[in-house]
Design a protein around this ligand. Sequence first.
Ligand SMILES: NC(=O)c1ccc[n+]([C@@H]2O[C@H](COP(=O)([O-])OP(=O)(O)OC[C@H]3O[C@@H](n4cnc5c(N)ncnc54)[C@H](OP(=O)(O)O)[C@@H]3O)[C@@H](O)[C@H]2O)c1
Length: 258
Amino acid sequence: MSSCRIDYQAAPDLLRDRVILVTGAGDGIGKVAAMSFARHGATVVLLGRTTSKLEKVYDEILAEGAPKPAIIPLNLEGATLKDYHDMAEALDKEFGRLDGILHNASLLGRITPFVQYNPELWEQVMQVNINGPIWMTQALIPVLEKSADASVVFTSSSVGRKGRAYWGAYSVSKFATEGFVELLADELEHLGTVRVNSLNPGGTRTAMRKSAYPGEDPLLLRTPEDIMPTYLWLMGPDSQGHSGEKFDAQPPKPSSGA
Ligand SMILES: NC(=O)c1ccc[n+]([C@@H]2O[C@H](COP(=O)([O-])OP(=O)(O)OC[C@H]3O[C@@H](n4cnc5c(N)ncnc54)[C@H](OP(=O)(O)O)[C@@H]3O)[C@@H](O)[C@H]2O)c1
C-alpha cells in the first residue's frame, strides 16, 4: 500500500474534540497544518519562536469560527527541560490530555560541503530539529497517555531517508528523527493508544524550500494546502493501527528535497 494519502478525503469533523500541538505553527507547513486541524474541529496549541506570527494564526483560526486555540511561545534552540515540563503541566491543567503532536519546526542550516560546516550551526540545527523535539516528547508522554487515541507525527525529509551531499546537519537530524520514531513507536506499542510516525512533506512551496532552492520556480511546487490530506489522515482516527511507519505527503518527485 502507498505511504502517501494525497487523495484522502477528511470528514469535516475528523478532529473534533482533539487537542493537537503543532510546533513551528507560525509559518509554512506548520501554519497551514494548524489551520487545517482547527478547521476539522481540533483545539490546536500553536508553538513557535515568533509570537507575532502565532498571534496572527490564532486570529485567523478564531475568524474562521474554529475552536479557540492556545499559544506557547518557545524557541526550541534555547528551550530547557523545565520549559518542556512546564508546558506539559500547563497542557494537562488546561485540557487534561493531549491527542496529537505535529513536530514540524525545523532549521535548514546551510547547504555546504561538510568540510566547511560550522560546528556551532551544526549544534543549532541538531538542537532545533531533533534534541528539542525529543525532550519535548519525553515531557509530554504522560499527557499523551491520557488520550484514548494519540498520534505523534515527526516531520522528516527526503534527505532523512537517503543521504545527500552538502545537506549536513539537516540531513543527519532527519535521519535521527526516523530512528527515534522507530524506537519510540516500538517502546509505546504496549499502550495501544499512542502511535508515532514520520512524515516527509516532499518539496513544498515555503520559505525553507526557497532558501534551499533559490533558483527554483515556486509555482512548480505543491503548496502546504495541497499536502494536507496525509497530515489529516495521520492525526485522525483513520490511521489507527499504524505506528513506526514512514509516510510521504506527496508522491515522490525526482528532485524533492529540503
Ligand atoms: N518545504 C519543504 O519543501 C520541505 C521538504 C521536506 C521537509 N520539510 C520539513 O517540513 C517542516 C516545515 O518546513 P517549512 O518548509 O514549512 O519551513 P519554514 O517555512 O521555514 O517554517 C518553519 C517553522 O519552524 C519554526 N521554527 C524554526 N526554528 C524554530 C525554533 N528554534 N523554535 C521554534 N520554532 C522554530 C519557524 O518559526 P519562524 O516563522 O518564527 O521562523 C517556522 O514557523 C520542517 O520540519 C522541514 O524540515 C519541508
